[in-house]
Design a protein around this ligand. Structure first.
Ligand SMILES: CC(=O)SCCNC(=O)CCNC(=O)[C@H](O)C(C)(C)COP(=O)(O)OP(=O)(O)OC[C@H]1O[C@@H](n2cnc3c(N)ncnc32)[C@H](O)[C@@H]1OP(=O)(O)O
Ligand SMILES: O=CC(=O)O
Ligand SMILES: [Mg+2]
Length: 569
């Protein structure tokens, strides 16, 4: 009844009668029709997305070409660094627009996919902010994206509820809820279920456009104290990409008839090139900015990706690349200095530990690691941090409440970190120290395959071995394997002189697949998409040229095109 395809074709089906979305000229919706989704995919909302697409498509194409050009430069041996052309921005005295009162206090922010029950749990979690994620934590299937929009609309309207029939439990919003930020996808991802003028739409414009169109008015009234909506912006590599977002925001404000500077966004600094552009990014967004965030996991991924052709910059085991490595500490310190100098929040990142339900001692050890990470952040001057799970909110809040300097709900004025002004290119690029082991190779493989299997079946964040895994952490596993294979590295931590070869990797994959089957059980293994995931992950790890993104390459596997309209037989 439905056509499965890499984007570009529909499977003809003979239904007698179709209902479909009412679309404006030039738009073709190839995703499944659903009455709930039709509340989101209204003609006016789609028209707004199409206008954004038409206005910005050339800019986006240009920005993506610039990414390719930068990659070629790095692949020929160049290092990323500060741009002499924009020195005047870095050295100039300017600040961003004042922080909106509604989000002055961001001590702890919970993140999670736009799943109905999780949205309610996150908003009720006691965190100050909830970042609802269309990105690292979400597998961007049509169902996930569209039901995510429905859920967010109900959340902003305050009407969201969820009935867990199996547990006979009804979920509703508390009186006091976290402030909502929404993270759209990155600039590079297409939305292959919506075609505009014959081309797939840009994923982030769909996420942003639909959410903004339906929610700006209610959000500003109920949550934003006259500001908003609020966003998180992922995976940018250059300030030109921030400039595009700024123009998108201005265009949206104009359409909505709201004051310029109403929309506010926090940019994740999570690519290596972007760390040299923090001032420039804030400058482009200075009327729409509410800070920067240390997206540590994608940042590590980006370090490997940027240096894919630099065999002298190989990473040690993934578990050894933490925030105390010099390049990571330098990045976080410079981010704090930059943000506070420009008058905005410097947000910390995500510790990977999550509560461990069935083992109190292990649970306490995990909590202690989270506390330690948060203590380091608050003492360094961060104004808030991220938590992956409601069970971590009280501990994170306690650390921030007890250790922030000054009386404000942030440390923007009280922790200037002038010492971090001297952090230079060498600090930011310093090669992480540590050893490489067979365990590291095995863990990358086991986690990468299991995450990919979850992603292919519609889940974008999963608990694996008591840690949160999402697209960013899986990327590290993938590119690290690729790097080790490409350069045939020696696993120097094992003292056996073993080199990573295709043959060794093949055996590791086989053994780890067997282990996964044992761990998840035969039934789940058979029903899940482990074999497909293994194929995709293995191909990516052994590809002669490194794929830019795991999810971009795997996306074709989750695109499902339906005939125009669905059956009403
Ligand atoms: C690198 C980055 O980009 S980080 C940001 C992106 N990543 C994320 O946002 C990850 C967010 N976290 C998660 O998705 C989840 O916590 C996981 C997948 C890691 C673990 O989830 P689970 O295995 O379901 O956790 P667990 O079973 O302990 O959950 C207990 C309860 O907490 C809820 N819960 C867990 N995490 C969250 C969350 N982040 N937001 C809201 N509710 C949550 C569960 O839904 C469950 O609710 P219930 O008791 O009402 O049924
Ligand atoms: O998005 C956050 C990250 O760490 O990546
Ligand atoms: Mg990220």
């Amino acid at each position: 009844m439905m056509g499965i395809g890499s984007y570009g074709y529909n499977v003809p089906i003979s239904h007698k009668m179709f209902v479909g979305y009412d679309v404006p000229e030039g738009v073709d919706i190839r995703g499944r029709y659903d009455e709930d989704y039709a509340r989101i995919l209204t003609k006016d909302a789609i028209q707004f997305v199409a206008e954004l697409q038409r206005e910005f498509r050339n800019h986006i194409n240009y920005a993506m070409e610039c990414r390719k050009e930068a990659k070629m430069k790095y692949n020929s041996g160049a290092l990323p660094g500060f741009d002499p052309v924009t020195r005047y921005i870095r050295e100039g005295e300017w600040t961003c627009a004042p922080v909106p009162p509604a989000v002055a206090d961001r001590k702890v922010e919970i993140t999670g996919p736009v799943e109905r029950k999780m949205i309610i749990n996150a908003l009720n979690s006691g965190a100050k902010v909830f970042m609802a994620d269309f990105e690292d934590a979400l597998s961007p299937s049509w169902e996930n994206l569209m039901s995510g929009q429905v859920n967010l609309k109900d959340a902003v309207n305050g009407t969201i509820s969820f009935h867990d029939k199996a547990r006979n439990r009804v979920y509703k919003l508390n009186d006091q809820t976290a402030k909502l930020f929404v993270r759209p996808r990155g600039w590079h991802l297409p939305e292959a279920h919506i075609f505009i003028d014959g081309e797939p739409a840009t994923g982030c414009l769909v996420d942003f456009g639909l959410y903004f169109f339906h929610n700006f008015a209610a959000f500003r009234r109920t949550q934003g104290q006259g500001y908003g909506p609020f966003f998180y912006l992922p995976k940018m590599e250059h300030s030109r990409e921030a400039k595009m977002w700024n123009s998108v925001f201005e265009r949206a404000e104009k359409m909505a008839g709201i004051e310029r500077g109403s929309i506010r966004a926090t940019v994740l600094i999570e690519t290596l090139p972007a760390v040299f552009q923090m001032d420039e990014i804030l400058y482009e967004l200075r009327d729409h900015s509410v800070g920067l965030n240390c997206g540590r996991w994608d940042y590590i991924f980006s370090y490997v990706k940027t240096f894919q052709a630099h065999p002298d910059r190989l990473l040690p085991d993934r578990v050894l690349v933490g925030m105390t490595q010099h390049f990571m500490k330098s990045y976080s310190d410079r981010l704090i200095w930059t943000c506070h100098r420009r008058g905005v929040h410097a947000m910390g990142g995500m510790a990977a530990q999550i509560p461990i339900r069935d083992d109190p001692a292990a649970n306490e050890a995990a909590l202690e690691l989270v506390r330690k990470d948060k203590l380091r952040e608050v003492k360094a001057g961060h104004d808030g941090t991220w938590a992956a799970h409601p069970g971590l909110i009280p501990a994170c809040l306690e650390v921030f409440n007890n250790n922030m300097q000054g009386n404000a709900p942030h440390q923007i004025q009280s922790m200037k970190r002038e010492d971090a002004a001297f952090i230079n290119e060498e600090d930011l690029l310093q090669i992480p120290r540590g050893v490489r082991t067979m365990d590291g190779l095995r863990l990358n493989t086991r986690v990468g395959i299991q995450y990919s299997a979850a992603w292919l079946t519609g889940t974008g964040s999963v608990p694996l071995y008591n840690l949160m895994e999402d697209a960013a952490t899986a990327e590290i596993s993938r590119v690290q394997n690729w790097q080790w294979l490409k350069y045939g590295v020696e696993l120097d931590g094992d003292g056996l002189g073993v080199k990573v070869t295709l043959d060794l990797f093949g055996r590791v994959v086989e053994e780890e697949m067997a282990r996964i089957e044992r761990e998840v059980g035969k039934e789940k293994f058979k029903k899940g998409m482990y074999k497909e995931a293994c194929k995709i992950f293995t191909r990516q790890c052994t590809a002669p040229t490194l794929d830019d993104f795991l999810t971009l390459n795997a996306y074709n596997n989750i695109v499902i095109h339906h005939p125009k309209g669905s059956s009403r037989l």
